[in-house]
Design a protein around this ligand. Structure first.
Ligand code: IDC
Length: 344
């Protein structure tokens, strides 16, 4: 066959089309591009009234699960389990609890252990993103009752994280799990006013959740004197075998006054994380939060021998969980999440 200029042009054109086609396929198979595609599929959230909204102004209620201490139970930060939480449980969010002091906490180790913990957070964010879950990065203060105590660590941590995740719509920052031990709202505000600008410099409208006094229960203090930023929510935590109608009444009043609240942690055990469970109390609390579109996250994703763990202590699996592998709390929450997500 004589190769004419016309044939050459056709061959060239075909090569170009094939090149583009294979380029797209390769890009699609490549992990990074896939993550990018997923990232774009998360609606950017903002705060309106008591709750979160998506770009179309529709209420978005996040319902999810918190890790136990990341350093303590790192085995549950795995790709398959996070996908299961989304696909099978019907959750749409996870929380990564990074303890600051207890059990190899972020602020108690050396430079290397901090680096390893950041790797774990990164891994959690990646798996959550791939699974289609919003993800809360929780600076889990507890024995360090005043967030000012480890403020310099918090500053550099949130600076790094917000820089890294600035383009991800699904990442939410929780500044201080549970202030306690006499830490007042003035202390917390002063801390939040240092950290929020650091995050906002990298990600100007990221959702930020701020803890409240007395183990994140005194929402009234935030209502009296809110922070001067948009897209800020205030933390409330409850454990239904301890916290009952009198506290529900207080929370309801605050919601009626339109304070944006996020329940970043709850359990149906006693506040110690152990003891008896109250399913009926848990239902009353979640009914209230459903009524106001408030998001909630159950604590915790582990098999620790305590009644607030979602997995039975006899179960050693880290994914592929069946309903029968779950604790009483786990079964109750699994059924509730599936029902809310419209799964049969
Ligand atoms: C508990 C864990 C428990 C651990 C303890 C101290 O369930 O295994 O020994 O912390 O690190 C909270 C805290 C949360 C607690 C939980 C239950 O935010 O860290 O976890 N709780 O006590 N506030 C109220 C209850």
């Amino acid at each position: 066959m004589r190769i004419t200029k016309k044939t050459m042009a056709w061959v060239l054109a075909l090569c170009m089309v094939a090149g583009i086609f294979f380029g797209i396929c390769w890009g699609g198979k490549n992990g990074a591009s896939q993550v990018l595609a997923k990232e774009k599929s998360f609606s950017k959230l903002h705060v309106e009234g008591t709750h979160l909204c998506n770009e179309k102004g529709k209420t978005v209620q996040l319902r999810g699960i918190s890790s136990h201490g990341l350093a303590w139970f790192p085995q549950y930060v795995n790709k398959k389990l996070f996908k299961e939480l989304h696909d099978k449980w019907g959750a749409n969010a996870v929380r990564l609890a990074l303890y600051t002091e207890e059990y190899a906490g972020y602020c108690t180790g050396d430079k290397n252990s901090r680096k390893e913990l950041r790797k774990l957070v990164r891994k959690g964010v990646k798996y959550a993103t791939e699974a289609g879950l919003y993800v809360i990065i929780d600076w889990h203060i507890l024995s360090d009752g005043n967030p000012k105590k480890n403020q310099s660590y918090a500053k550099s941590f949130f600076r790094m994280m917000s820089k890294e995740f600035k383009d991800q719509n699904n990442v939410i920052y929780e500044l201080c799990n549970e202030p306690n031990g006499g830490t007042d709202w003035k202390n917390i505000k002063s801390y939040a006013n240092k950290i929020i600008p650091i995050i906002r410099k990298n990600d100007e409208d990221a959702i930020v959740i701020v803890g409240t006094p007395t183990w994140s229960q005194d929402l009234e203090r935030a209502l009296e004197s809110p922070l001067n930023y948009d897209n800020v929510m205030y933390t409330f935590h409850f454990y239904s075998a301890t916290h009952k109608a009198d506290m529900r009444k207080r929370v309801k009043a605050v919601l009626k006054a339109k304070l944006p609240v996020f329940v970043t942690e709850f359990g149906i055990s006693e506040a110690s994380g152990n003891g008896r469970i109250s399913k009926s109390g848990g239902k009353k609390w979640l009914d209230l939060f459903d009524q106001y579109g408030v998001s909630y996250i159950a604590f915790n994703l582990s098999n620790k021998d305590e009644s607030c763990a979602l997995i039975k202590s006899s179960c050693q699996k880290v994914n592929g969980l069946k309903r029968s592998d779950l604790s009483a709390f786990g079964k109750w929450y699994y059924d509730l999440l599936r029902k809310k997500a419209g799964k049969k």
